[in-house]
Write a protein that binds this ligand. Sequence first.
Ligand code: HEM
Length: 385
Amino acid sequence: AYPFYESLRQHDPIFLMSQQQNQSSWIITKYDHVKELLKTQSFIKDQSKLFSTSPHDTPQDEMTTIFQNMMLDVDPPDHTRLRKLVQPYFNPKTIKNLQPRIEDIADLLIMEINNKKGKIDLINDFAFPLPIIVISELLGVPAEDRNKFRRWSNTIIAASDNMATDFVEDVQAFTNYLTRLFEERREEPQDDLISNLLQAEEEGEQLNRTELYSMIVLLIIAGHETTVNLIANTMYALFEHPRQMERLQEDFSLTENAIEEGLRYYSPVDFSTARWAEDDMEFHGKHIRRGDLVLASISSANRDECKFEQADEFDITRKDFQHVAFGFGIHFCLGAPLARLEGKVALEKLLSAFPEIRLDEQRQEPNWRAVFLLRGLENLYVNID
Ligand code: HEM
């Protein structure tokens, strides 16, 4: 993908991906354009505003409704109201308080890995459980149900590529699960995000029932799918660049930098989510029509040589960190402080516990997941002794 993006940046930075009579789809690949797209208010998220028959007039499946009410997929003022409700839980200061707990979880996982010895799948045994346990505890959903969340999240994400087979069943199972959990929490509120959101829903003004489901589904999915990839992609980049791995092991004060470089170099979110042009407009020489779909390629922006020197080099001592791995503008990732902290703890703990960690020689070819929006590995087999 990276050579393809490079050629688009040079020859056709606002790329017409598909064209139909009433609607075209575009991919934006240059860093400056991507930032401009993400902050311009006339590229909106709620597509239903653009068509005369509102989707609200026609019956919809449950998942469409859940997606349409996620804060990621709505515009102000709804976006502002929903984001304000959860923002306090994800501020850098609040997140910093989670550090000891994140470290404990990492230690626990490392203990389990130690019992296995030899060859392990770093994703299954570490990069996946760490963030899903953390976000489950923060929300107040039982962490032992994490394999269910993994299955449901995978189905929902695969659905963005139309690959899902068990989609309807899985979505139903997910919402049924949440309905039961909400009942339990209503009877016995706890000191967690779900109990507080339930209270806000009962009071009626801040969010409605559908938005409540949407929020929890969004936080569960966004809270782990991407961070798994941050941890695994950065470790993979370090394995690919042994000199960089050595530098980090000599000096752990570079860990935060290494995480930022991992975010830039193998951006876990490859594309921004969909935006729609609210009006006809000229965008850097291309005519974009009302209703056109416009996607920002985050991966491409983060390798733009006009912005980053030696953009295709992985260099954990780089200083120019203004990547757009977490997006930009009003939808800038809510979980960025949490993801950064989890990434830092993960790398430090792994590399201190297993200084000899290396890619499994028999399985060095990376198997990237075939998912359009995300960049992540299916497995990452390593030797630890
Ligand atoms: C939004 C990336 C981790 C929650 C976003 C966006 C990006 C992103 C690119 C903006 C999408 C767009 O504008 O179309 C990432 C990456 C992560 C990560 C690379 C990890 C390395 C997390 C975590 C959470 C989270 C741990 C946990 C709560 C969210 C939410 C939004 C969001 C709720 C929507 C914000 C809004 O619409 O205002 N993320 N994310 N993310 N992310 Fe993350």
